[in-house]
Ligand binder design. Sequence first.
Ligand code: SER
Length: 317
Amino acid sequence: MSSKILIIGAGGQIGSELTFKLRTIYGEENVIASDISYNNESIVNSGLFEIVDAQDYASIKICVEKYNIDTIYLMAAMLSATGEKYPMKAWDLNMSSLFNVLNLARAKFIKKVFWPSSIAVFGPTTPVNYTPQYTVMEPSTVYGITKQVGERWCEYYFNKYNVDVRSLRYPGIISWKTLPGGGTTDYAVEIYHEAIKNNQYECFLKADTELPMMFMDDAIKATINIMQAPDDTIKIRSSYNLAAISFTPESIANSIKQRLPDFKITYNPDYRQEIANSWPKNINDSYARQDWKWKHDFNLDEITEEMLTQLSKNYNQ
Ligand code: SER
């Protein structure tokens, strides 16, 4: 299975860990990390790295030709909370980057594309419990609008131009290596950092705000599984619902208290509460489980164990 891979947005929360994992599978020389800046030093210094502007078709194409790339993982995006502050920038970045990559595939410079969608494609009129794959979708954030429209374009490029594009609707992703930025689910990462540093956390969502979440290892596994799955098992070319667990700020705090009994959480909801209120509580991902045998590994207490162990090592170094 030879593959030359370019990750766009490799400095980000998911892009960085995806890069490390893909290098162990395909070899250092076959996985090229790229981003708009040199900000993430661990990515810049860990292997092949290029500056690529996802909004500039030529910038991506030069890199594709230089390394003979056949597969792109497009991980660059502006997330939900930042997108509400800069609506036009979010629209421009999220859409132009997707069109650039889809058009490179349509023109046969590359063979395969991974593009992440999100639970943000759903909106206040969507059923909140066990949200089905096919349901009402009226996203109320700019980010969600870009993801929903992007899904339509992915399916369109598959149907009309035979572009092999695969996509997942990620829930909130919890990880300790690279911080997330600008998302509504970011509290579920910040809380562990603050627990280790200060034994307390002020949460920007209310105690009972239930959202779908997933540990990074599971998100990476799902991403690689869908990309490696045989063509005929990928029956959905817009984007697959994907789920692991769901919890509230109160339940993550209780999970932390089992290990750090003095941990304190307070609540001070801000504009992100409205975004969270518009998203599902949990997701029905039966198509992913059926079509390409998706299965998650980590529950909340296992995530807490891993996060607190890894972060306390980092902060005590
Ligand atoms: N984690 C994302 C966000 O909060 C959802 O896809 O914006």
